[in-house]
Design a protein around this ligand. Structure first.
Ligand code: 5GP
Length: 192
């Protein structure tokens, strides 16, 4: 019998280190992959189209909505973000653990429509640490940073909807925690 794959929602306030945690988990497992989202946000320096995101115009993104191309999409900080369906469904079919690294509203849609998906919220140690990390990136206006912090408060208050909450205080511990969650969830799905 083929090994079953699964979708894993990894959500966290912007600047909480979810991309770093994902990069670390890729170093220790060969059964994980990441969905590449589409967005109307402008690329940050160093970001590559088709690798970090599929960068789209609003018109292009809205065409994708019309043609039902997304598992979920949401607007965040004035831009659209969405998970293209086909690659995720194919990856899960092929036994992969496919990560959706997405914000709160999109996470809720996936939890509702795909109750089998595992949901993990990565919690910042505290708001001050989060603010420091966001400012250190030095890529956004004061207004955008303030808005990301406002959104972070909502996200933290909403975290009880997730099956697992991991505090990202020490990277190594967060990665080890996530690794255990993945092993446990895979074992549940493949126990027959
Ligand atoms: P950033 O602009 O920092 O790359 O991303 C902003 C937020 O959008 C982050 O919380 C990120 O996880 C989330 N995000 C990225 N891709 C998607 C997506 O496809 N769908 C949703 N709902 N959120 C996304």
């Amino acid at each position: 019998m083929n090994k079953k794959g699964m979708m894993v929602i990894l959500s966290a306030p912007s600047g909480c280190g979810k991309d770093t945690v994902f990069k670390e988990i890729c170093k220790i497992r060969n059964d994980v992959c990441e969905s590449v989202s589409a967005t109307t946000r402008k690329p940050r320096p160093g970001e590559i189209d088709g690798v970090n995101y599929f960068f789209k115009s609003t018109e292009e993104f809205e065409k994708m909505i019309e043609t039902n191309s997304f598992l979920e999409y949401a607007s965040y900080n004035g831009c659209y973000y969405g998970t293209p369906s086909a690659p995720v469904l194919a990856a899960v079919e092929n036994g992969k653990i496919c990560f959706l690294i997405i914000e709160r509203k999109g996470a809720q849609k996936i939890m509702k429509n795909y109750p089998d998906a595992v949901s993990v919220f990565l919690m910042p140690p505290d708001i001050k640490t989060l603010e420091h990390r966001l400012r250190k990136r030095n890529t956004e206006s004061e207004e955008a940073i303030k808005n990301r912090l406002r959104i972070a408060q909502f996200e933290i208050e909403d975290s009880s909807r997730f099956t697992y909450v991991l505090v990202n205080n020490e990277l190594e511990k967060a990665v080890a925690g996530l690794n255990e969650i993945l092993d446990a969830e895979l074992a549940l799905r493949n126990k027959k």
